[in-house]
Write a protein of this length. Structure first.
Lengths: 114, 114
């Protein structure tokens, strides 16, 4: 059974600092997604990583995927208050006939303070 | 492009009552998903449709939950009878296909069972 673990679960950062959120998963998959969720809101897609070594960047966020290590990272550069939200990684189950079944991590609640 | 629509946005019911949620996916999206997100957790897939056929309902509590997607477009999710532990946000998502396609989430329906 595919398990997805994120750490840390809670992250309090100062503005201007850098930090990394880690997403580990337990079985083979080469499709990983990062989502952002603001309080009381739905999920907003941030990155879609579809191959080993994939790296994508948008603004102050950069995501990477290492399928051999079964690890994805979401790196935050020079954090600003607007990045405060909960971030989820999700891994495609990748089993036959189950493409598209996403298994989500527990989420990382990020708070950026001045 | 219009996003995934869901209604109602909020619902409060007493235990043992029934409730239904509605979802209209993005036009042209063949795959539709229903997720349950309990407070403080990541979303959990309940059921996946490909057009109007069920691809995966392994985590749907079939003794009380049912879902249908008539004509391969709109979908409804029903709970009858509701239990306290069903209190959650129910998210609908859609994608062009299943494998390697990004899922777009609706605003969700927040259900409170008292």
């Amino acid at each position: 059974e595919l398990k997805v673990e994120q750490n840390p679960l809670f992250l309090s950062m100062q503005e201007g600092k850098n930090y990394t959120i880690y997403c580990n998963y337990s079985t083979t998959s080469d499709r990983l997604y990062w989502y952002r969720q603001d309080p009381g809101k739905s999920l907003e897609s941030l990155f879609v990583l579809l191959s080993n070594g994939a790296v994508k960047q948008e603004g102050r966020l950069m995501a990477s995927l290492d399928t051999k290590a079964r690890l994805s990272t979401l790196h935050i550069t020079a954090a600003v208050h607007d990045l405060s939200a909960t971030y989820f990684c999700a891994v495609d189950n990748n089993e036959a006939n189950q493409g598209g079944k996403l298994i989500f991590g527990q989420g990382t609640e990020l708070s950026v303070k001045p | 492009e219009a996003g995934v629509a869901q209604s109602p946005r909020y619902k409060i019911i007493e235990k043992r009552q029934s409730v239904a949620f509605w979802c209209n996916p993005i036009s042209g999206h063949a795959t539709l998903y229903w997720y349950q997100q309990i407070l403080g957790q990541g979303p959990k897939l309940l059921i996946q449709f490909q057009n109007n056929g069920v691809v995966d309902d392994s985590q749907l509590p079939k003794d009380r939950f049912s879902a249908e997607r008539l004509k391969g477009v709109d979908s409804t999710l029903k709970i009858q009878p509701a239990k306290l532990e069903d209190s959650a946000v129910y998210l609908c998502a859609s994608s062009w296909g299943a494998i390697s396609y990004e899922q777009y989430f609706g605003p969700g329906t927040r259900l409170t069972v008292t």
